[in-house]
Design a protein around this ligand. Structure first.
Ligand code: GDP
Ligand code: MG
Length: 719
């Protein structure tokens, strides 16, 4: 192909010829020499290429330009000594402008280009040109040397050597090759000595920059078969090799391997097109050709390209994961992605390996900088993924923990057994933390410095603690409810019993029954208060005991007990209200009255006779029962004639009580001062109107009983 637009044509050609992935395993050869000295013919025979050859009839000037072709010979060889792989040959046409008096600009430019890229420069000359020191080809060589000095002066530490391979054409044989070689070497030294060398390089020798090799070929037209034989022999020299350090400068033509590592320009094959384009651009615009800078620019360009290519596979793996995660967040259902760690690890390792494989061949400094850039890019995304995973693991973990604790509690309640709340929380927390940790470990990325999950784990533990304490509060509430229910059922029974005793009118009369001192009606409230406080005390110790089993804090227990006392008071109060409800209390009063009226002191039912003083018994019994009404109306202790010390008993709210703790509490008169209700009012069981009402209705009831008795007495006589 003819190189025109270097970067695109060249890279297309190299990729067609499958040279791009070769790394450093390729070689560049350029050929120089006067017009029509059979250069293209030589290349075509040597490398089976198809460079344009001037037809023997026309002898027309070929166009100026640089052509490139890959070696077409079979490089596989059973003895491993075949031609090197991936030999690229550049045929530089129109180099010799001086013969036709043309400007030497192109010659210089192409020499520069060839030296910047090629390991081997074939110098093609006729035998009869050898020794013609003033000849055209010597001018060309002078240009090559000058250009070489100009090129590699900047980077004198890493001067690449080049091989100048002289191919002497139409060798008749009368002058042995060794003579021709000596003549040429003398000429070259002479040219070198006439060059004006840059400062510091005045004493440099030509051997510092070039190795030389010589070969002679017979006349192609006169000795075509010998020509072909010699070309075949020559082709075997184009293989890889190492130079014996002792033979510096001059190589043994017979065993010569042409491609020595030191000649290689170290431009990776996949960057060659860009490099060549950059070099050519500098040359045609007559800019200072600075190869180290060119190589750095190339490295930047290629490393970026390689990085982008490597990221394609990375994106294919990572982008869907990022999308899954983003969708989860959008839907408010964070997702824990299974196998995320494995995917992240392999994506990261792959992208870095892919990058390194190709990019490490380029300028070391640029390579490491670009590698760090790539790592940064990759890690930003992987870190975000990890954090998304942490937060998903956090959210789902907290929800699972809450569910697990709640359902374990429910199961415990169902069994009715004494489940251990603190232990449930402890074991579920342990499970939750272990799961989180294993999820966190599963997404650790090897080689990344941000994979530490200590902080997310701490956050998680903190939230589990918060949830636990919330759940414990719920559990405290449930416990409180259970204990309150227990208090209620106990009070229902015991307080009911106390009121039932009112039904026995002789209770207060002092008449002995079963030998026990009968309960005094006057001490009704004392007994109720005692029963009440004892019941609540028992409830309190139940509560304290259970609360301790789930690690409730002393403050929480204190608040719980305070609430329990208040609630219990409410329970008692409504039980009392129920007992004094009109129908209930009227029945009790009637029983109380009848018990006195219908039975004598010994508990024997009275049979009324007309002579009996029914009226006075009636009045006595009625008065007794009527005295109960004011007694019932106010909750007060007989010892003090004052209400029980409810305020002191309830106690003031504990300091740690929260508004939520007070939310469902009914106000208690005399305890909650700002309620505007006094303790007296709280202790009022029956208001004045109710008392009056009760008196009237009781009297009517009593009257009824009396009339009935009276009738009974008269009726008895009649019978
Ligand atoms: P280039 O301009 O150097 O590339 O030369 P070409 O390969 O185009 O050949 C120029 C002419 O030289 C053609 O007519 C060839 O046939 C002829 N030619 C090629 N090789 C030889 C050779 O070894 N000896 C002679 N005498 N002529 C040759
Ligand atoms: Mg040619």
């Amino acid at each position: 192909m003819r190189i025109k637009s270097l970067s695109s044509d060249l890279s297309t050609y190299l990729s067609l010829e499958k040279v791009i992935p070769a790394g450093f395993n390729y070689h560049l050869i350029s050929v120089f020499g006067s017009q029509s000295t059979g250069k293209s013919t030589l290349l075509n025979h040597l490398f089976k290429t198809e460079f344009g050859v001037m037809s023997e009839q026309e002898r027309r000037q070929t166009t100026k330009g640089i052509w490139m072709s890959k070696n077409k010979r079979d490089t596989s060889s059973p003895d491993g000594k075949g031609m090197a792989e991936n030999i690229l040959v550049m045929d530089v046409e129109g180099t010799d402008g001086r013969e036709r008096g043309e400007d030497q600009d192109f010659e210089r430019k192409s020499a520069l280009f060839a030296l910047a890229t090629s390991e081997v420069l074939i110098v093609n000359i006729w035998e009869h040109q050898v020794g013609l020191y003033q000849g055209a080809n010597m001018g060309l060589l002078k240009t090559v040397f000058e250009v070489n000095l100009q090129l590699f002066i900047k980077d004198s530490k890493t001067i690449p050597r080049s091989l100048l391979f002289f191919v002497i054409r139409d060798h008749i044989g009368t002058t042995p090759l060794s003579n021709l070689r000596n003549t040429l070497l003398q000429d070259l030294s002479r040219i070198w000595s006439t060059l004006s060398k840059p400062k510091g390089l005045e004493n440099s020798r030509i051997e510092d920059y070039f190795d030389f090799a010589f070969v002679a070929l017979p006349h192609k037209i006169l000795m075509p078969e010998k020509f072909v034989d010699e070309i075949e022999k020559l082709s075997t020299k184009f293989r890889e090799g190492y130079k014996d350090p002792k033979s510096a400068g001059l190589l043994d033509e017979d065993t010569l391997p042409v491609f020595l590592p030191e000649y290689h320009r170290r431009i990776p094959a996949d960057g060659f097109a860009v490099y060549a384009a950059g070099v050519w651009d500098q040359i045609v615009h007559n800019k200072d050709l600075d190869l180290p800078t060119q190589q750095e620019l190339l490295a930047q360009f290629r490393c970026d390209e390689i990085s982008r290519e490597a990221l394609v596979a990375f994106d294919e793996t990572i982008t869907p994961l990022e999308e899954t995660q983003a969708e989860g967040v959008r839907l408010g259902q964070p997702r824990v992605i299974l196998g995320l760690g494995e995917k992240m690890n392999s994506a990261r390792a792959t992208v870095l390996r892919d990058f390194e494989t190709e990019a490490s061949r380029y300028h070391k400094g640029v390579f490491s900088r670009k590698k760090a850039e790539l790592e940064g890019k990759v890690d930003v995304r992987l870190k975000a993924l990890s954090q998304g995973q942490f937060s998903a693991a956090h959210k789902t973990g907290v929800a699972e923990f809450t569910d697990a604790v709640s359902s374990a509690v429910k199961a415990g309640q169902k069994k009715g057994s004494h489940y251990d709340f603190a232990q449930i929380v402890e074991s579920e927390k342990k499970k939750a933390l272990e799961k989180f940790e294993s999820q966190a470990q599963a997404i650790a990325v090897t080689g990344a410095n941000w994979s530490d999950y200590k902080q997310p784990l701490n956050l998680y533990r903190k939230e589990l603690d918060e949830v636990s304490s919330r759940l414990r509060k719920d559990e405290m509430r449930r416990l409180a409810t259970r204990v309150e229910r227990w208090v209620k059922s106990r009070l229902d029974e015991s307080i009911g019993l106390e009121f039932n005793k009112l039904g026995s009118g002789r209770a207060g009369s002092g008449a002995p029954e079963h030998g026990d001192k009968p309960p005094s009606e006057k001490e009704l409230w004392d007994r109720i208060w005692t029963v009440f406080t004892e019941t609540v005390q028992e409830a309190e110790s139940r509560f304290t005991e259970r609360a301790a089993s789930f690690d409730a804090s002393p403050e929480e227990v204190e608040v719980g007990l305070w609430r329990l006392r208040r609630k219990s008071w409410g329970v008692l109060r409504s039980k009392v209200d129920e007992e004094v409800m009109e129908g209930n209390i009227l029945l009790k009063l009637r029983e109380n009255f009848e018990d006195r009226f219908r039975y004598d002191e010994q508990g024997v039912p009275r049979i009324w006779r007309p002579t009996d003083d029914i009226e006075s018994v009636y009045t006595k019994a009625r008065e007794h029962t009527l005295r109960l009404i004011p007694l019932l109306s106010r909750f007060k202790l007989s010892r003090t004639s004052a209400p029980p010390p409810l305020d002191a008993w309830v106690g003031s709210p504990p300091p740690s009580v929260s508004p939520a703790d007070e939310e469902d509490l009914a106000p208690i008169g005399g305890v909650d001062e700002d309620e505007g209700k006094s303790l007296e009012e709280e202790m009022t069981i029956l208001g004045d109107t109710k008392q009056q009402d009760l008196i009237v209705r009781f009297k009517k009831t009593a009257d009824g009983v009396y009339v009935e008795a009276k009738r009974g007495a008269i009726g008895g006589i009649v019978q």
